[in-house]
Design a protein around this ligand. Structure first.
Ligand SMILES: [Zn+2]
Length: 263
C-alpha cells in the first residue's frame, strides 16, 4: 500500500542527493516500524470490528464505540509519536538540503497512517441482528395470521416457514393462493449466517484458542463442534432449509480439510 518506503526513487535531485544520509535512513527505519504497527492494527480492525459491532446488542452500541475509540486512540498515539520524534529530534539536526527529503518522508508517512485510521472502520455496519430477526419474525407472523383463501375466504394454515413466495392450495376449495410474506421477510435468508455466527461466537473463540495452541490439525475437532453449532442455529433461524444448511456444513468442513489441514 505504501509509496512511503521507496519514495526516494521518485523524487527530485535534492532528495536523491540526500536520500542516503544517516539521518534520513534513521527516520525511515523509525517511521517504518511505526507504520508496520499501524498496519497490524488496521488488519486487526478488519478482522474483528464487525463481530464486535454485531455482538453489541446495546441500542447505542456502547461497547463497539468503546472498541473503536480505543483503536483510534492507538492510531493517534502512533501519529503523535512519529510527529514528536520528527519535530524534536530530526528537524533540529537536519541540514537545509536534508530537510526537503525528510519532510517529504514524514508527510507521506503521516498521510498513510491517517488514511489507515480513517478508513479502518469504513466496512463496519452497525446492526442489531437479533432485533432485525425479531422484527422479521413479527412481520412474518402477522402476514401468516391474516392469510386467507382469495376465493372462499377460508383460513389457510401455514406450518412451514416460507420466506419466499410459495403456492398454497386451499384445503376447502382447492384454489391456488400465493403466500408471499414480502421483501423484509426474504431478508431472513441473508441474516441467517451472520446471526448464527453471532450466536456461536463462544464456540468460535474456543476453536481459535485451540488453533493457536494445537495448529490446524489439532484444532479440527473444535472447528467441527463450532460448525455443527453454527448449522444448528441456522436451522433454528431458517427452519425448512435443513438440506441447504447441511450442504453448507459439508462445504465448510471440506474447505477446512483442503485449505487448512493439508496446506
Ligand atoms: Zn378456498
Amino acid at each position: 500500500m505504501m509509496n512511503f518506503f521507496n519514495f526516494n526513487k521518485e523524487k527530485n535531485q535534492a532528495a536523491d542527493s540526500t536520500g542516503g544520509t544517516p539521518l534520513t535512513q534513521r527516520l525511515q527505519t523509525f517511521l517504518g516500524k511505526l507504520h508496520a504497527r499501524a498496519e497490524e492494527m488496521h488488519a486487526e480492525v478488519q478482522d474483528s470490528a464487525q463481530s464486535v459491532a454485531d455482538a453489541d446488542s446495546d441500542p447505542f452500541k456502547r461497547s463497539y464505540l468503546q472498541f473503536k475509540a480505543g483503536m483510534i486512540a492507538q492510531f493517534n498515539a502512533i501519529m503523535q509519536k512519529g510527529s514528536g520524534v520528527y519535530q524534536k529530534e530530526v528537524v533540529p539536526k537536519a541540514s537545509p538540503m536534508e530537510l526537503m527529503a525528510l519532510s517529504q518522508l514524514f508527510n507521506d508517512w503521516n498521510i498513510s497512517v491517517l488514511n489507515m485510521m480513517t478508513s479502518a472502520f469504513d466496512h463496519v455496519v452497525e446492526r442489531d441482528l437479533e432485533r432485525e430477526y425479531r422484527e422479521i419474525m413479527e412481520e412474518y407472523e402477522r402476514y401468516k395470521d391474516r392469510f386467507h383463501c382469495k376465493q372462499c375466504g377460508g383460513k389457510l394454515e401455514i406450518h412451514t416457514f416460507y420466506f419466499t413466495a410459495t403456492y398454497i392450495a386451499c384445503p376447502y376449495c382447492r384454489t391456488q393462493n400465493t403466500f408471499d410474506p414480502g421483501t423484509k421477510v426474504r431478508m431472513a435468508e441473508h441474516l441467517a449466517r451472520p446471526l448464527a455466527e453471532l450466536r456461536c461466537r463462544g464456540d468460535y473463540e474456543t476453536y481459535k484458542q485451540q488453533r493457536k495452541l494445537l495448529g490446524a490439525k489439532g484444532a479440527e475437532e473444535s472447528y467441527r463442534a463450532y460448525v455443527f453449532a453454527l448449522i444448528g442455529e441456522m436451522d433454528n433461524i431458517l427452519p425448512g432449509l435443513e438440506t441447504q444448511h447441511q450442504n453448507f456444513c459439508n462445504r465448510l468442513l471440506d474447505d477446512y480439510q483442503r485449505h487448512e489441514v493439508f496446506r
